[in-house]
Design a binder for this molecule. Structure first.
Ligand code: SF4
Length: 314
């Protein structure tokens, strides 16, 4: 098993986050236009076991035990795979094991399986759940999130609603704004009415800040983001924007290549962040060149910056 834990990394929502990747590369229920980890490799809606939760939890404990700089200690252990975390049938067990470390556990989900009672039961064990709320018009949902054909939008909405009614942790929503797809006034008004059903602690509005899977995923411009903010704000007390770069404070375990491969599997890194990580690990630039020439990492240019993303054999 490859290393499935990455970070800790800076997170715009969670402070410092130690990521756990509980799903093999890009197995998801959606294939979003803006996905930062590439196009879906496999789409499915049936839950199954991918990795033993004991192994994932042991890896997390080892990372926590080896953190040398106390500033790198995570505020959350975050289950944020390069796929949909609720596809993992052992999710509840994993959350319980991770919580035994004493660090709160967050799960970042697209919410598409929250109509399943067992998924809701698992997520109730978490301290923090982030659920996707991009668009609620069926045609646009299909265009933007490209759901598996077995999914029904109304069932998802009802599932998230049932979950929200009983969840005692922090529930937040995240709306990714894509130019000319979900950022018109009428779409935004419809989106906020649905988000109200979920009663989130905070509604986050985001735009893609890293290279998207499909070139049609153009981030909404500043005007549209501002409009969205004010439309949301008319109805929801806490609305925040996630439109900036999260910074370069990626933690190092001392093994540059391993750190880079595990982080970039779920989180494309900007070149300046990589150079900082290299410095922290006492590494040499050749280590990066070698990963690129061995086709383990690929370089992508996006909005005047170079990003590096883990390459997987398809
Ligand atoms: S953005 Fe999330 S939900 Fe959408 S395809 Fe990528 S991993 Fe799946």
């Amino acid at each position: 098993m490859d290393r499935r834990t990455f970070g800790s990394v800076p997170s715009r929502r969670l402070g410092r986050s130690l990521g756990v990747n509980n799903i093999p590369h890009k197995i998801c229920t959606y294939s979003c236009l803006y996905c930062q980890i590439g196009k879906a490799v496999k789409m499915q809606v049936d839950r199954r076991e991918f990795y033993k939760p004991e192994k994932l939890a042991d890896e997390v404990k080892m990372i926590l035990d080896n953190i040398q700089d106390k500033n790198d200690f995570p505020d959350y252990i975050t289950i944020v795979p390069d796929g949909e975390p609720t596809l993992d049938i052992n999710l509840g067990k994993l959350i319980t094991m991770l919580k035994s470390t004493g660090t709160p556990v967050a799960v970042i989900t697209n919410g598409s399986l929250m109509s399943y009672p067992d998924v809701r039961e698992d997520l109730h064990k978490a301290d923090y759940v982030s659920v996707k709320a991009d668009v609620f018009d069926i045609g646009k949902w299909k265009l933007l999130n490209k759901p598996h054909k077995g999914l029904v939008l109304n069932e998802i909405i009802n599932g998230v609603r049932s979950f929200a009614e009983e969840f005692t942790g922090k529930l937040i929503t995240e709306t990714m704004l894509i130019k000319d797809i979900n950022d018109s006034d009428s779409d935004l008004k419809n989106t906020v009415q649905h988000i109200l059903i979920y009663k989130p602690d905070t509604a986050y509005i985001a735009i893609p800040t890293r290279p998207p899977a499909y070139k049609e995923a153009i981030p909404s411009d500043e005007n549209s983001v501002n409009r969205a903010y004010y439309i949301f704000k008319e109805h929801i007390a806490k609305v925040e924007l996630l439109t900036g770069y999260e910074g370069n404070a990626f933690a190092s375990t001392g093994n540059f290549s391993e750190d880079l491969l595990s982080i970039t599997a779920v989180h494309p890194m900007r070149e300046d962040a990589i150079l900082e990580l290299l410095k922290k690990s006492d590494g040499h630039i050749n280590m990066l060149t070698e990963l690129i020439s061995n086709k383990l990492i690929e370089k992508i240019e996006y909005k005047n910056h170079n990003y590096y993303l883990r390459k997987f054999s398809r």
